[in-house]
Design a protein around this ligand. Sequence first.
Ligand SMILES: *[C@@H]1O[C@H](CO)[C@@H](O)[C@H](O)[C@H]1NC(C)=O
Ligand SMILES: *[C@@H]1O[C@H](CO)[C@@H](O)[C@H](O)[C@H]1NC(C)=O
Length: 319
Amino acid sequence: MAAKTTRTLPILLLSLLLLASGGASTPIDTFLFGGCSQLKYTPGSPYESSLNSLLTSLVNSAPFSLYNNFTSQSLPPYSSSAAPTLYGLYQCRGDLTPPDCRSCVARAVTQLATLCPDATGGALQLDACFVRYDNASFLGVQDKSVVMKKCGASLGYGPGASARRDAVLDYVAGSGGGGAYYKAYRVGGSGDVYAVAQCVQDLSGSQCQDCVAEAVGLLKSNCAAAAWGDVFLGKCYARFSEGGAHSGSGGHGENNDDEIEKTLAILIGLIAGVALLIVFLSFIAKLCAKGKGTTFFSYSSLSLLFSNMLPFPFFSLSL
Ligand SMILES: *[C@@H]1O[C@H](CO)[C@@H](O)[C@H](O)[C@H]1NC(C)=O
Ligand SMILES: *[C@@H]1O[C@H](CO)[C@@H](O)[C@H](O)[C@H]1NC(C)=O
């Protein structure tokens, strides 16, 4: 029984370490939210191959366009009517470079597989990109349902003091232009106030306008005196920050994500280090028990071993 523990523990440690280094991801890849449909498809069915082909197409398209949509019927393996039609799209934030868009969409697709195993539909938003698929068509369909709403700490403003913030938000809401070449991505700033809005580009210009106006209205009413705010609706979002504060961008926001990540990484490194020591020592002890039938080292030689091994490389690894 002890032998089994000894063998499985290093695997656990390895995954802890991987988690720790994964925590140091770039803000682009920060997970914001995700959701899956309740319905499941049968693994190994045509549904699964259609879905894989669809998701691969999304990732392959991302270096060439910040937005694209696909339907599985137009993709290999060009399956017969037996295969259901799937719809999928991705949307990168308007300021991403092609390589960043690709890595963001690839990451989102990977995370979707983990989050929504065998689900017939799923959606996932990372900080800088959005991916969604389903077998019911949602392409071009307006969706203003609130998916995520978050406000930062209050700045303690009196009434009317956030006028500049509201002005920047109004600018962002109103700067979409119109017609076929509307701006799906808008940014605005004044002083230390920064705001951004992004539509999923399957929306028309007027749908995008309508969606962003709603998101901005919710930001103003819900996060009136906050240092930052995020409102994500089904097909668009609006976010603002003041004084460099933000939820996910590692600024001096309320939750200070970077600090938490670092502390977590150090903690995990420490735990992993101590656990590795225990494994190593129990291994030695077992070897000794086998060889001699007695334990030949005393407590003081054990602690010597500890002190020799303590400068573990985990600190540099996880930070
Ligand atoms: C989506 O797929 C599920 C599972 O195969 C099926 O039950 C459902 O009716 C499908 N929905 C549509 C709109 O095709
Ligand atoms: C989906 O993609 C096709 C081909 O790129 C494009 O013509 C169509 O307008 C897109 N549909 C939506 C709703 O974005």
